[in-house]
Design a protein around this ligand. Structure first.
Ligand SMILES: [Zn+2]
Length: 252
């Protein structure tokens, strides 16, 4: 998308890096332009409103000036901040994982409003509503897979068309579902009980406004989160650095 010399956009700060003595380069996930990198002059020294609006995990309104290939933030005002001093390290790490997912799946200058809405809502439910982190992680990972073109076929058994049973087997390599009567070899397939399958179906198929409105036991959320993580990893063949850290500090 061709950008003007001056424009305003709303975006989430997903990465920050100090440049030189006093400047900062921030990566934004913006509504209109997808991923956008921009410089913030004097950001390190100024304890200003603008500086806070340009901090990691903050969703702000930005005024941006383009000069050649470079973008520079001239104004910034916080809309919502998901960062707080002393926040739980697991929640912080999970938010950083969501930031990495955004930078991997969303293109530069390619808007992806559905993805942004997902990330903002997930951060909201994590940091403000204090929802169980593995559940929010699972919702985010699996919905990302669906909106990024890695949608599995969860409607029915791939072989006989049965859609309800106590257990199903999920082949994560090709995203297909198979029932126990049609399974010849369970090797490499993941068992889905009723709770897990209906949660996965809900995440994949529900309208966005209903996406977060379901409850499952914590134990199920933990196993769901393992499944969605493995699925996203297998499908994309990508190793997320922030995920390694997250998994090293959690005890699930
Ligand atoms: Zn079957």
């Amino acid at each position: 998308m061709e950008t003007q010399l001056h424009f305003t956009t709303q975006g989430l700060v997903i990465k920050e890096m100090n440049v030189g003595e006093n400047d900062r380069l921030i990566t934004l996930f913006t509504k209109e332009y997808g991923i956008l990198k921009a410089y913030v002059a004097g950001a390190k020294s100024i304890k200003s409103k603008r500086s806070a609006a340009c901090s990691l995990l903050t969703y702000s309104s930005f005024t941006v000036t383009r000069k050649g290939e470079n973008y520079r933030i001239t104004e910034a005002e916080t809309i919502s901040s998901f960062f707080s001093m002393g926040m739980d390290v697991e929640i912080l790490s999970l938010c950083q994982y969501f930031c990495e997912l955004s930078s991997v799946f969303v293109g530069s200058m390619i808007p992806n409003e559905e993805f942004l809405r997902l990330i903002l809502n997930s951060m909201h439910f994590l940091t403000k509503e204090k929802k169980f982190p593995p559940l929010i992680k699972a919702i985010t990972e699996f919905r990302i897979a669906v909106i990024s073109g890695y949608s599995p076929n969860l409607v029915a058994c791939d072989s006989c068309g049965k859609f309800e049973d106590d257990i199903f087997f999920f082949n994560m390599e090709n995203g297909s579902l198979i029932c126990k009567d049609c399974t010849e070899n369970i090797e490499g397939k993941t068992v889905l009980d009723r709770t897990t399958l209906s949660a996965l179906r809900h995440i994949a198929f529900s309208e966005f406004k209903k996406l977060y409105s379901f409850e499952i036991p914590e134990k199920s959320a933990i196993s769901l989160s393992k499944i969605t993580q493995k699925y996203l990893n297998l499908q994309t063949d990508y190793k997320f650095k922030t995920l390694d850290f997250l998994n090293s500090i959690t005890t699930y």
